[in-house]
Every structure is written in C-alpha cells, then in structure tokens.
Design a protein around this ligand. Structure first.
Ligand code: NAD
Ligand code: WQD
Length: 342
C-alpha cells in the first residue's frame, strides 16, 4: 500500500478527478470536504468508478478540532489542498467570505499539519496570480499581481507558503498554478457541476448545447488576438489530476525538502473563445448560438502557460486535446443535464 493522502475539497470538480488518479496510482485517500460547493453524489460516483468506498469526512478546513481528530486517526504522508471558494464575481461581492475561507482556512490547515509534523503540501493555486501577463508564455518567474479578492486570496496563500518555507526548511510546498481546467472523466460519471448559471466558458457552452441556456455571450471581440476573442490555456481535468500524482511522486523521490515550489499546470497552447466554440460544435454536432457582448470587467486578452518546469521536474505534460476536452465535457453534460441531481 502506498502513502496515505488527505484530499481537502476532494468532492469538488478537480478533487474528484484527482482522487481517481490517486487511487489508480495506488495511493490511499481520505477526502475532507464541507460540501459547500459539491455533493455526496460525486463521492458515491468516485467510489463506484474505483470499485471501493472512499473514506470521507464532512468537515470544514477552518475547524481545527475536527482536523486534529483526523490527523490523530490517520498517518498522512501529505495533503492535497483543493478546498476553497473559486468564483471571481462572488469574491468581489463577498471579500470577507473569500479571505476567511481561502486564507484563514489554509492557515488553520497548515497549523494542524505543523503540529502533526506532516510537511508535504500540494496547493491549488491559479494562473490568476499572474494578473495581466507582460510576456507569453507565462513562466513561474513572471511577476504576480491580482485585482480581485479570489485571486488575492490565492496570492496571499502563496506568500504565506513562501514565508513558511523560509521559517522552516523541512516543508515541501508544491504550488500548482492551474490554467483553465475543463473536461470531465471519460466515463461521463463525474464532471463540473456549477450551482448556478456558469461563470466559466466551457460549462456555459455545454449548458447552451444541452438546451439549459439559450445563447452564449462572447465577452469582447476586439482583443489583440487571432480573432479578437480572449485566448486561454485550456487543460483537461484528467491531465490536471495526473499532474497531482506526478507532484506526489516527485516529493516521494526527494532527499532534501523542496521548500516553496511553484509549478504551472497548463497545456502551453492558447485557444480563443471562437476556436473553442467551433471545436465544440465540430466534435459534438451541437449548434452553439452566440452573440458578441462587451468585454467582461477584469478579463485579459491572452493567457497561456510555459509548462517546461512541470515537464522538467515532474515529467508531466498535458496529453489530451481540445477535441478530448469537448468530447468529455459533452458526454458528462448530456448524460447528466442537471449535474449530480440528474
Ligand atoms: P470546487 O468548488 O468544485 O471544489 C472545491 C471543493 O472545496 C468543494 O467540494 C467545496 O465543497 C470544498 N470546500 C470549499 N470550502 C471548504 C472549506 N472551508 N472546508 C472544506 N471544504 C471546502 O472547485 P474546483 O474547480 O475543483 O477547484 C479546486 C481548487 O482549485 C480550488 O482551490 C480552486 O480555487 C482552484 N482552482 C480552480 C480552477 C478552476 O477553474 N476550476 C482554476 C485554478 C485554481
Ligand atoms: C475564458 C474566456 C472570457 C464566459 C477563470 C478565473 C480564473 C480560473 C479559471 C480559478 C475569457 C470568455 C467566458 C462566457 C465568454 N479559476 N467567456 N463568455 O476568466 O480565464 O479564468 O477561471 O482559479 O481565476 O478567472 O475563464 O472560462 O471564465 O473565461 O466569452 O460566458 O471565455 O471572457 O476570454 P478565465 P473563463
């Protein structure tokens, strides 16, 4: 049996896919999630897919007493920390909620880890910490800045991790900066299940395709890009999940602690909104009615990763294509038109 891993936020979109990849790689998993943005059904489906029941504790990362009970019960090799709130617009309206959940929650978790001497930590950061990039592709040394509370909460946690690495050289603090995660498990059993009208492009497209939403609004067609629409680095959630397994494997091989280690997880390729809409239509045969709308506040023109560091250190690279991303998103959406409530 391989090492035991605590997966905070493991019932969520990226966490659920990562649990499958971890199980396939032989890790023993415990999910810790307050289900504030996910459902037990996701955990049931992960259990079905892996063929055994996953250990699940319903709890909040800000609940240090419960965390201590969990760390007393299990001997963890490390923690993969997905738990957090992630809606940029909501964070502007409710900054305290975002800082409390994402920053205070992470501090509480790190304090308990310190007490129990568990020093392997993999953190879900975001390309949003790069703000409006000066250079493309974006490498890990690029300057960081954020304008919304969600992004700032990620940046503050990064600074906390940097401080922790300076103060105590026994930590391994791998900070994975995800670009734009999309897609779903190839089974169509698990995927992204937004609570409300989706904020992000791919779930919006797929809800138009399934008839839940009438029309996509494309935010801006006057950006300095290939066709005027915003360019992003879309990455299949299955590739992203594999990136976490690669990061754990890497930590297991290290003789000396790595300290604060930021790594981009992206495909290295940019696609425009129109390119994604066209690919989705071609792959699925579904027509996506759209209209051009004004730019969305806070959006940037282009963003894509240099994924060289992930390749060099972790031996990881994105394998799945935009076609796979559209196909798998559509399989999940059409099989589960109402997400986990289908
Ligand atoms: P998600 O909302 O699907 O999953 C997050 C999970 O954390 C949910 O299951 C939620 O119930 C849980 N959670 C939230 N607050 C909690 C708390 N206080 N205690 C315990 N559990 C809590 O989101 P996701 O898309 O899977 O994202 C996972 C992580 O990756 C997040 O930290 C997010 O900020 C980060 N990230 C996501 C994206 C993206 O586009 N999806 C991009 C970059 C970074
Ligand atoms: C992609 C492109 C939009 C919706 C966000 C967060 C970021 C990270 C990933 C967590 C842009 C355009 C979108 C729509 C559109 N999350 N668009 N119509 O903004 O790159 O990143 O998710 O860390 O922090 O900010 O992703 O999917 O919202 O947008 O035209 O209805 O699609 O303008 O060009 P984004 P997105």
């Amino acid at each position: 049996m391989k090492n035991k891993i605590l997966v905070t936020g493991g019932a969520g979109y990226i966490g659920s896919h990562t649990c499958i990849a971890l199980h396939q790689a032989g890790y023993d998993i415990v999910i810790y999630d307050n289900l504030s943005n996910s459902s037990r059904e996701a955990i049931n489906r992960v259990s079905k897919l892996i063929g055994e029941s996953i250990e699940f504790i319903q709890g909040d990362i800000r609940d240090s007493e419960l965390l201590k009970q969990v760390f007393t019960k299990y001997d963890f090799f490390g923690v993969i920390h997905f738990a957090g709130l992630k809606a940029v617009g909501e964070s502007v309206a409710k900054p305290l909620m975002y800082y409390n959940n994402n920053v205070s929650g992470t501090i509480t978790l790190l304090e308990v880890m310190t007490e129990y001497k568990v020093k392997n930590f993999i953190f879900s950061s975001s390309a949003t910490v790069y703000g409006d990039p000066e250079m493309l592709p974006i490498d890990e040394k690029s300057p960081r800045s954020c304008t919304n509370p969600y992004g700032q909460s990620k940046l503050v946690v990064e600074h906390i991790l940097e401080g922790l690495a300076v103060a105590d050289s026994t930590w391994n603090l791998v900070t994975l900066r995800y670009f734009n995660p999309v897609g779903a498990h190839e089974s169509g059993q698990i995927g992204e299940d937004p609570n409300d009208i989706p904020n992000n492009l791919m779930p919006y497209i797929s809800q138009v395709a399934v008839g839940k939403l009438a029309k996509l609004s494309i935010f801006g067609n006057d950006y300095p890009t290939v066709d005027g629409t915003g360019v992003r680095d879309y990455i299949h959630v299955t590739d992203l999940a594999a990136g976490h397994v690669a990061a754990l494997n890497y930590l297991e091989q290290q003789v000396l602690p790595v300290g604060f280690l930021p790594i981009n997880l992206g495909s290295g390729k940019g696609s425009s909104v129109l390119e994604l809409v066209t690919a989705f239509t071609e792959v699925t045969g579904q027509n996506i009615p759209y209209q051009f709308a004004p730019r969305r506040a806070g959006d940037i023109a282009s963003c894509y990763a240099s994924a060289d560091k992930a390749q060099a250190l972790l031996g990881w690279e994105a394998k799945l294509s935009i076609t796979d991303m559209c196909q798998d998103t559509w399989r999940w959406q059409s099989m589960n038109p109402n997400g986990y409530q289908s």
